[in-house]
Design a protein around this ligand. Structure first.
Ligand code: ADP
Ligand code: MG
Length: 145
């Protein structure tokens, strides 16, 4: 487990870039935290770390957006889902060759296995990141963040 904090948007993006550079094909990162905590901002950084040039915007109303980069980014916001339904092919992406970043992952946590979990909270104007994983593939990444 690791705790980090950022005091502005740029620092959050830098942290995302650092993580994005270390992610591997099939990696899954879950982002939890209230509306406005910084989940999408952090994802913008991850995208930069994957050499994605398109601007990342919130996928709330589309459930998922795909961005092409060094590794593809599957940016999901499952706020509107209660579990992975038959209407969505999210699992194919989650266990595909790209990097999945899942906002509001609590809603589909029963479908997830082996991922880096990041919880973001706002404290005294700073963003606190609690980063953890129960999967060994993420341990090294965690240490280098
Ligand atoms: P979420 O996806 O969790 O709802 P967003 O990333 O869309 O959150 O929004 C975060 C908001 O908080 C943005 O308006 C951003 O400018 C602001 N903000 C202020 N400080 C920070 C910080 N340290 N990290 C991330 N966002 C910050
Ligand atoms: Mg968001």
């Amino acid at each position: 487990m690791k705790m980090l904090s950022t005091s502005n948007v740029e620092e959050t993006i830098e942290l995302g870039i650092k993580l994005g550079r270390m992610l591997f094909p099939g990696a899954i990162v879950t982002l939890n935290g209230d509306l406005g905590a910084g989940k999408t901002t952090f994802t913008k950084g991850i995208a930069k770390g994957l050499d994605i040039e398109r601007v990342v915007s919130s996928p709330t109303f589309t459930i998922m957006k795909v961005y092409e980069g060094r590794l593809n980014l599957y940016h999901m916001d499952v706020y509107r889902l209660e579990g992975i339904g038959y209407d969505y092919d999210l699992e194919e992406y989650l266990y595909g060759d790209g990097v999945s970043v899942v906002e509001w992952s609590e809603n589909i946590k029963n479908s997830l296995e082996g991922y880096l979990r990041i919880d973001i909270t706002i404290k005294d104007g700073n963003r606190k990141f609690v980063i953890d994983s129960d999967d060994a593939r993420y341990n090294e990444i965690l240490e280098k963040l």
